[in-house]
Ligand binder design. Structure first.
Ligand code: ADP
Ligand code: ASP
Ligand code: MG
Length: 450
C-alpha cells in the first residue's frame, strides 16, 4: 500500500480538495492531510492572543476562521444532506476553539506548571486544523461514494517520554485499527497531531504531516510514501530566495535526510528517517502539476554530482577557548556531557588546539549551558547564524567538490566549516545577513550549467 500526504496548499480550498479526491482514485491507499493552508498559522495567532489574555482578539480571530470554513462547506458539497453534516462538524470543532478561548487558566492549577498549561491549550487548539481538513474531506469522499475510513491520528500516533514517536505503539495500534476496519479504498488520517506519553494532545512540530506520513509508511511497511505539495519536487536551492532553481530528480536517503534536517522547508527535518530505516522510497510530487516527475528519494542515486543546497536559520554558535584543551583527553567528553545534561543537540562542531566551536538550534537551556561551559574557559555566544548545507556525492573520491564549494564562498565571511562527517554533506556557518548572498553564490557556481 502507498501512503500519500497532501500539504496545506494541496487542500487549501474546496476546489483543491476536489482535485485531491481525483488524485487518490484507484488502488487502496493511506491518505494523510495537513490543515488547509493558513489555518495552523491562524491558530498559532489565536493561541498567542489567548496567552496574552487578549480574549476579545482571540474570539474575533476564531470567528473569522470559522467563517472561512463555512464558505468552504458551501462550495465543497453538492447535496443539502452533506452540507448539513459538514456544518455540524465545523461547528463542533469551533465550539472547542470557543471553549478554549474563554477558558481562564490560573497559575498552579492542578499543580501543573503554568507554562505547561498554556502549551496543552495551544496544542489542543492547533489540532483543530487537521481535524477540520480531514473531517471535511472525509464527508466529501463519502458524498462521492468513495469507501473511506477516517482513522483518528490521536488513536495511534503517540510520543514516548522523550518526545520521540513511540514506534512500537504506533505499529501495533495501526494494525489493530486496520484489522478492525478491513476493505476500505481510502484510509484517511490527520498529519501533524499526536498524543504525548501522558495522553495530552501534542504535535510533531511545524510541517509535521510529512513525518506522520513516513511514520505510517514505516509502521505498515508501505511500498512508497508520496509527499504532495505545491512545487515539482526538491529543488537544488531554496526557491524562496534564489531564482532559476531546478528540481532534483533523484536523491539518496542520506542526501534527502541532510537537506531536510538542514532546513529545506519542503521536508520536515526528521521525516526521511523512518523511510530510510525501512528502505521505503519517498516521492515528492506537485498537486498543481501531477504529471511532473518530481523527486524520488531512495537507496540509490547517481554519484559524482553535487545535488542541492539548504539553509537552517536561527542557529546559535558557541565557542569555548581553553588553554587546557592541548593534549587533554576527556575534554570533549566533558563538553558534550553538558549538552547532554541540558538535553540540547549539537548540530555542527569544529575543533582546534585552543578551542571548540559548535552550534545548537534550541535556545531553551542556553544560559545554563554557558554557565557550565565557563568552568573550562572563555565562552563566546553568537546568535542569528545560519547553517548552509551542500549535499551530493561528497566522498573523498571526488576531490574537486570541496574546493568548488569553497570557491563559491570567496566573498562570504564564513564562521565554521564542517566536512567529512558524512560522504554526502559539507556544511558551514554564516551570519543570517549573509545567507541569501551565500545561497545565490552557491547556485551560480555549482549549478549554473545544469
Ligand atoms: P506543504 O504545505 O505542502 O507541506 P511546504 O510549504 O511545507 O508545503 O513546502 C513546500 C515549499 O517549500 C515550497 O513552496 C518552497 O517554497 C519551499 N522550499 C524550500 N526549499 C525548497 C527546496 N529545496 N525545494 C523545493 N521547495 C522548497
Ligand atoms: N499544519 C501543520 C503546519 O502548518 C502541519 C503541516 O502542515 O505539515 O505546520
Ligand atoms: Mg510542509
Amino acid at each position: 500500500m502507498k501512503v500519500l500526504k497532501f500539504g496545506g496548499t494541496s487542500v487549501g480550498s474546496a476546489e483543491r480538495m476536489k482535485k485531491v479526491a481525483h488524485l487518490i482514485e484507484g488502488e487502496p491507499k493511506w491518505v494523510v492531510l495537513s490543515a488547509m493552508s493558513g489555518t495552523t498559522n491562524a491558530l498559532v495567532e489565536i493561541a498567542r492572543a489567548m496567552n496574552y489574555n487578549k480574549l476579545n482578539d482571540a474570539k474575533q480571530q476564531v470567528r473569522a476562521l470559522e467563517e472561512q470554513y463555512e464558505k468552504v462547506v458551501d462550495e465543497l458539497y453538492a447535496t443539502a444532506e452533506y452540507k448539513k453534516r459538514a456544518y455540524e462538524e465545523v461547528k463542533n470543532l469551533f465550539d472547542i476553539a470557543w471553549q478554549l478561548s474563554t477558558q481562564k487558566l490560573t497559575p498552579q492549577q492542578n499543580s501543573v506548571p503554568f507554562a505547561l498549561l498554556l502549551t496543552y491549550r495551544e496544542n489542543k487548539l492547533l489540532s483543530i486544523g487537521e481535524l477540520l481538513s480531514t473531517r471535511l474531506f472525509h464527508l466529501y469522499l463519502l458524498e462521492n461514494g468513495v469507501k473511506t475510513c477516517l482513522l483518528p491520528a490521536l488513536e495511534f500516533m503517540r510520543l514516548d517520554v522523550h518526545g520521540e514517536p513511540d514506534n512500537a505503539y504506533i505499529k501495533s495500534k495501526l494494525k489493530q485499527l486496520m484489522d478492525a476496519n478491513p476493505g476500505y479504498d481510502i484510509y484517511l488520517t490527520q498529519g501533524f497531531i499526536c498524543l504525548d506519553s501522558e495522553n495530552h494532545v501534542d504535535n510533531l512540530k511545524r510541517g509535521g504531516s510529512d513525518y506522520t506520513a513516513s511514520l505510517i509508511g514505516a509502521a505498515i511497511k508501505a511500498d512508497e510514501i508520496q509527499i504532495w505539495t505545491d512545487i515539482d519536487g526538491i529543488h537544488n536551492n531554496d526557491p524562496r530566495f534564489v531564482e532559476g532553481t531546478c528540481p532534483v530528480r533523484s536523491l539518496h536517503f542520506e542526501e534527502a535526510a541532510e537537506l531536510a534536517y538542514f532546513g529545506a522547508k519542503i521536508l520536515h527535518p526528521t521525516c526521511i528517517q523512518p523511510a530510510k530505516q525501512y528502505h521505503i522510497p519517498v516521492r515528492l510530487l506537485n498537486t498543481l502539476q501531477p504529471e511532473s516527475e518530481g523527486t524520488l528519494i531512495h537507496d540509490e542515486s547517481p554519484s559524482g554530482h553535487l545535488k542541492a543546497v539548504a539553509a537552517k536559520d536561527n542557529i546559535i554558535s558557541i565557542r569555548i577557548h581553553s588553554g587546557r584543551m592541548l593534549l587533554a583527553y576527556g575534554f570533549l567528553r566533558k563538553v558534550f556531557e553538558i549538552f547532554e545534561r541540558h538535553r540540547t543537540p549539537i548540530d555542527m562542531i569544529t575543533t582546534s588546539e585552543v578551542g571548540v566551536s559548535l552550534t545548537i538550534d534550541d535556545p531553551t537551556h542556553l544560559d545554563d549551558i554557558v554557565n557550565d561551559l565557563q568552568h573550562f574557559g572563555t565562552v563566546e555566544v553568537e546568535e542569528d547564524m545560519v547553517i548552509i548545507c551542500v549535499v551530493g556525492d561528497l566522498s573523498p573520491l571526488n576531490p574537486g567538490f570541496p574546493s568548488a564549494i569553497v570557491n563559491a564562498l570567496n566573498e562570504i565571511p564564513v564562521r565554521m566549516i564542517s566536512y567529512g562527517g558524512s560522504a554526502y554533506n559539507l556544511s558551514f556557518l554564516v551570519k543570517s545577513e549573509d545567507k541569501i548572498q551565500t545561497l545565490k553564490s552557491l547556485s551560480s557556481h555549482l549549478f549554473s550549467n545544469k
